[in-house]
Write a protein of this length. Structure first.
Length: 642
């Protein structure tokens, strides 16, 4: 197969933080041969410590500690240490609301706002180790709340504003949070997303929540519960602006972020402090080639890990100007992204293949009517980017000038693992290219034996890395079982991949029952358990179906309880039901009613066959364990009749 290769231009390389393949290889070799020296030196140079660590890392598989014994604070590293430098008056957060309102918050101002809000939390009695849930729109108070928690050591869990009250409740209960930070609502496509209503509904079943702080954003009518709910602007107005960052253990938990696994119950991925911040900071410099004068925009919502690591923690620790936008990319028109790039002279743009494909479909005239000449680097994350979308991004958005960094990583990995260093590593559209220093990925078979170049297998990571998840909140057994038992002692990513003869990695997608819809991870089981809660549904099987824009779409096979059902209406109801149970982003694309589902003789639904039906419309795989072969032919014919 012939493939295009895009080497960095000499102009880009000559100014890059990592300017050549030799420079990349030297970093990679040093990290591989001398990990303690490599990470120890960077930790000392790049971060502020209240007290130095005893050991760079301690590895008791599958548990790791980085910089144990060190005293550290993430909020201090993102704010205070910049105040003694010229960054003091640099814009830290450059924000635009969907209606067009703007805020530009300098490092100095952000430090003041965070300190004030941290004092509010302290005044309410919260301290290191307590847990808060943050359920907010994309407004500056979201990172302010995160950094205020981090300042005191309160473990935060941001719940994406698109999640439903049910999903929010499950997270509050699992985390045993006592504090919820939210807003009346946010703006999306010109409409209000009524966050506080969802919080009220969730809190009906969360007796442990003592306090709920509510930011006024949309100014709409909401219910405030006496004794529990307080307005942000009221409790914040007289708070002191002096709130020293608490020196915490380097391994103090920073946040829990829930993500979908292979069961119906989301996993609370736990990240800790110093190792996480070191790796997010370094990847800002290595992958995004960050310079002091850059205006950097990661379009991800902070409710997902990309927003945590690359809108908040990485950029602020690296002293960047991080752009935040509240709303939808197509509001009021499909050129909103390009307007923002032009208006703020964005130099680094980091977005998802789904967004790229959706914008590509609108035609070149939208981006072409804006001045995008400030861009110098483009990034992609969350799902495989197909070469056609890559080429368009490169040609129409980057005008052939800007390198593209296709970054592979996961909620669990905390920061970018495989991506080109743009001044050093030639890109191949569709490949994440080469691993970051300190990351040792490999493609292996079921027994952990390396596959030869060009062969597909499971992607694993051989050694612990600073930003890796430490456990699953409240469930260390699931942590061991999920990531470290498939091939004992080795991190199992859940992705299939192959490596080519240049050592480049090509990610082929998930090998488990996890779908990737618009770059958002969603478990088939989660959708199935939502469906079977509906009174009409007897059984459900859910698979991801290839989709031109969103990568995958949710396709549900459903059998019904006895009754006289109107399939058209019920199909609509069930789509709405899933949106209500999980969140609008999980709304199925398709509901197919079936008399029965293909099962093994022991009664297990054979999703593999359903996946084949929705992907190829035929079944070629092994069906010897299938209970009733006729079920399959009926399901396949049903499609032909559609
Ligand atoms: O399958 C991979 C895919 O997204 C999964 C991780 O999802 P999540 O934890 O939600 O994090 C998304 C943002 C980091 C991976 O297991 N994935 C992520 N980035 C890429 C990707 N697949 C291909 N190429 C990528 N660049």
């Amino acid at each position: 197969m012939s493939e295009s290769i895009y080497p960095p231009s000499p102009e880009f390389s000559s100014q890059a933080n990592v300017p050549s393949m030799e420079a990349y290889e030297a970093l990679y070799e040093k990290a591989r041969e001398h990990p303690e020296a490599f990470w120890g030196e960077l930790a000392e140079k790049e971060l502020h410590w209240f007290e130095k660590w005893n050991h760079v890392f301690e590895w008791n598989p599958p548990f790791v500690k980085w910089f144990a014994g060190g005293k550290f604070n993430v909020s201090y590293n993102c704010l205070d240490r910049h105040l003694a430098t010229p960054r003091k008056n640099k814009i830290a957060i450059l924000w635009e609301g969907e209606p067009g309102d703007q805020r530009m918050i300098s490092y100095q101002e952000l430090h003041r706002l965070v300190s004030r809000f941290a004092n509010v939390l302290k005044g309410l009695g919260y301290k290191a180790g307590d847990r808060s849930i943050i359920y907010m729109p994309m407004v500056p108070e979201l990172p302010i709340a995160m950094l205020a928690c981090a300042r005191l050591g309160i473990i935060h869990s941001v719940v994406f504003g698109g999640f439903s009250a049910e999903a929010l409740k499950a997270r509050i209960l699992d985390l045993e949070a006592q504090l919820v930070i939210t807003a009346d609502g946010g703006f999306r496509r010109g409409k209000e997303v009524r966050l506080k209503d969802a919080v009220d509904q969730a809190l009906n079943d969360c007796p442990n929540v003592k306090d709920c702080i509510v930011l006024k954003r949309t100014n709409s009518q909401i219910h405030m519960q006496e004794g529990r709910d307080q307005w942000w602007h009221e409790i914040d107005k007289d708070a002191s602006e002096d709130c020293p960052a608490v020196p915490l253990d380097a391994e103090h938990p920073l946040y829990v972020l829930y993500t979908s696994g292979t069961t119906g119950k989301p996993k609370g991925i736990l990240h800790t402090s110093a190792g996480y911040l070191l790796q997010t900071t370094m990847t800002m410099k290595w992958v995004f080639d960050l310079k002091e004068e850059d205006t950097y925009w990661c379009t991800a919502d902070i409710g997902w890990v990309t927003g945590h690591s690359y809108t908040v923690y990485g950029p602020l620790a690296a002293g960047a100007t991080s752009v935040m936008y509240e709303g939808a990319p197509d509001y009021p028109a499909v050129d909103r992204f390009w307007r923002i790039v032009e208006k703020y002279r964005i130099s680094i743009l980091y977005t998802s293949p789904t967004a790229i494909r959706a914008l590509l479909r609108q035609g070149d005239s939208w981006p072409n009517s804006h001045d995008l000449s400030s861009l110098r680097l483009l990034g992609s994350v969350g799902e495989p980017i197909n070469p056609a979308a890559w080429e368009w991004y490169h040609r129409v958005i980057g005008k052939g000038r800007c390198p593209i960094v296709d970054t592979w990583w996961q909620t669990e990995t905390g920061s970018i693992m495989i991506a080109p260093m743009p001044g050093a590593v030639p890109a191949k559209p569709g490949s994440g290219t080469l691993p970051m220093p300190g990351i040792i990925p490999e493609v292996v078979d079921f027994n952990g034996n390396p596959m030869g170049d060009g062969k597909e297998g499971f992607l694993i990571i051989r050694r612990p890395w600073p930003g890796m998840l430490r456990t699953i909140w409240g469930d260390p057994d699931r942590f061991k079982e999920q990531y470290w038992s498939r091939i004992p002692g080795i991190y199992f990513t859940g992705d299939a991949a192959r490596r080519d003869s240049d050592g480049y990695f090509w990610i082929l997608g998930r090998v488990d029952d996890v779908m990737n819809v618009s770059g958002h991870r969603l478990s088939t089981m989660e959708v199935e358990s939502a469906l079977v809660h509906h009174p009409a549904v007897a059984e459900a099987a859910v698979v991801g179906k290839p989709h031109e824009i969103t990568g995958q779409a949710v396709c549900c096979f459903v059998t019904l309880k006895k009754g006289d059902w109107d399939h058209d209406q019920l199909g609509k109801d069930l789509r709405q039901w899933v949106a209500h149970e999980i969140g609008a982003f999980a709304r199925p694309e398709e509901i197919r009613f079936a008399e029965s589902l293909p099962k093994t003789r022991s009664g297990k639904i054979m999703r593999r066959l359903l996946r084949e039906i929705v992907t190829t419309h035929t079944v070629t795989g092994d069906v010897t364990t299938l209970e009733d072969i006729n079920v399959l032919s009926r399901l396949a014919t049903q499609h032909d009749e559609d």
